[in-house]
Design a protein. Structure first.
Lengths: 238, 255
């Protein structure tokens, strides 16, 4: 399955969840949709706009809530590992020696709560950290390659929604380095944080109905400059 | 092939892997050495993202156009074919090749006539490919292909090196972390380019040099620079002639 097909499918599942709930699509819908989507028992979502592991936003069940809680209490677990490492943490069997060595307290606490496998995905775009999407299973076993691909796209979708960025399944297609470079350039042009630059870049493309990749290319080529919007708060400028 | 250069390269690469190394920086060195050793014009490494596309992680030059040419192969091209088949794929003369019309046209525009893709294999899995471009048409000789494949194998090993390989999930964890590091570096390149009025290619070189001088991992410095917790000084301020003048709006006008 190609990246585009995957994005369209995942977005469809998330949108379905939102309409069943009767609200606008939000990161909480990702949390609910990912559970049947990649066949896990439950999920939780922690939000963090800074480098700190953040507070619990959503959990699909009591076990998910406990998993998030116990990590914050212990200061140990995949939630912290993904924040430090910026890659996912895939622990397909909490009872194996490796997980026990990695998290001496969390591994047994999670088992006691009813989880046998935990998969945590950092919600990141480079240096931008939006939170963590956690999944658990009540039986041990790895995510298949197919499920892993889907889980990553669910995580991407949650990231976009948490950052409140304009995102459509037909939007940014394949990876383009220029989009990230343009985001970095905008931090300087607008005097804002990387998160705000990220949001402004997407908002500009959306408002002007131009492909994100084309806007990014023009910014990198210095054919286009963006200016601080007087109507918008200027992020974390000090 | 220069035997001395060959052994020096492999010593350099394995030496790097012993210390606490940065995967993106390492792969960048590997692609640069590929160009020197294999007598090619450009080299790039693409990794398979489980999301369903090939992603560029390192290239011998950071020129935007070149990165794009590598990335184009997420849709069609020798890298994609190599990744799917697990076998080396080559085209000695792209102008006469019908397999990848879009890719061949873009490669031609960038000044490349011949291409070779070598698989990065781990057991029965193909995790990416090393892509070599040459300006002049003609076959890649057997010696170069053999050494090129060895370099692709070193790239594979480096991805597994940082953490234990007992768990089958480790590769995917590493891969995603590497892809995100690449994004951090792109963001830092953009920020630095804009701040100093240089192009993104120069920004990468400066970023990498500063990381080496500070004995810091490239992706750590890039992240700290984007977060605003570490500054990067302009070496051109010591020699102003090296700096391209770019008019900048005063920061005070932005509030």
């Amino acid at each position: 399955m190609t990246y585009i097909q995957r994005r369209v499918r995942v977005w469809g599942l998330v949108a379905e969840q939102a309409s069943a709930r009767g609200g606008r699509v939000s990161a909480a819908d990702v949390c609910a949709a990912v559970v049947p989507g990649v066949q896990v028992t439950g999920a939780w979502l922690s939000a963090a706009r800074d480098a700190q592991a953040g507070h619990l936003m959503q959990a699909t069940d009591e076990v998910g809530r406990q998993l998030a809680d116990v990590q914050l209490t212990l200061g140990e677990g995949p939630l912290f590992d993904v924040s430090a490492f910026s890659g996912p943490v895939l622990a397909s069997d909490l009872a194996d020696g490796e997980s026990g060595a990695r998290w001496p307290v969390f591994a047994s606490a999670a088992s006691a709560a009813g989880a046998a496998a935990v998969f945590a995905f950092p919600l990141v775009v480079g240096a931008i950290r939006a939170g963590v999407l956690g999944l658990y299973r009540d039986r041990p076993g790895p995510l298949s390659d197919f499920q892993l691909g889907d889980a990553l796209v669910f995580a991407d979708t949650a990231t976009m929604l948490l950052l409140d960025a304009q995102d459509r399944p037909a939007g940014p297609a394949a990876y383009r380095a220029e989009i990230d470079q343009a985001t970095g350039m905008l931090t300087e042009q607008l005097g804002v944080s990387i998160v705000d630059a990220f949001v402004r870049l997407r908002a500009y493309a959306y408002a002007n109905d131009i492909q994100l990749a084309d806007v990014a290319r023009d910014i990198v080529a210095r054919r286009l400059r963006l200016f601080p919007d007087p109507d918008l708060p200027l992020g974390d400028k000090t | 092939m220069d035997g001395q250069l060959l052994s020096n390269t492999f010593i350099e690469l394995t030496d790097t892997m012993v210390a606490d190394f940065d995967i993106i920086d390492f792969l960048h060195v590997l692609t640069s050495r590929s160009v020197e050793l294999l007598n090619v014009s450009a080299a790039g490494l693409l990794l398979a993202d489980p999301r369903g596309e090939l992603r560029v992680v390192a290239a011998s030059s950071e020129a935007v156009r070149l990165l794009e040419l590598f990335q184009l192969q997420s849709d069609e091209g020798p890298c994609l074919d190599c990744f799917r088949s697990g076998q080396p794929v080559s085209a000695a003369d792209l102008s006469a090749d019908r397999r990848w019309p879009q890719f061949a046209a873009a490669a031609g525009q960038a000044g490349f006539s011949a291409v070779q893709a070598l698989p990065m294999r781990l057991r029965d899995q193909v995790i990416g490919a090393l892509n070599l471009f040459r300006g002049a048409a003609g076959d890649f000789d057997a010696d170069s292909v053999r050494v090129g494949q060895a370099l692709a194998d070193v790239a594979t090993i480096s991805l597994l090196h940082e953490r234990s390989m007992r768990r089958s999930d480790t590769l995917n964890e590493q891969l995603q972390a590497a892809l995100n590091s690449r994004v951090v570096i792109e963001q830092a390149k953009g920020k630095l380019a804009e701040r100093l009025g240089i192009d993104v290619n120069q920004a990468f070189t400066l970023l990498r040099d500063q990381a080496r001088n500070r004995n810091q991992r490239l992706s750590d410095l890039a992240r700290a620079f984007v977060d605003g917790t570490q500054a990067i000084t302009d070496p051109a301020s010591a020699s102003p002639r090296a700096r391209r003048p770019v008019s900048r709006r005063p920061r005070s006008g932005q509030t």
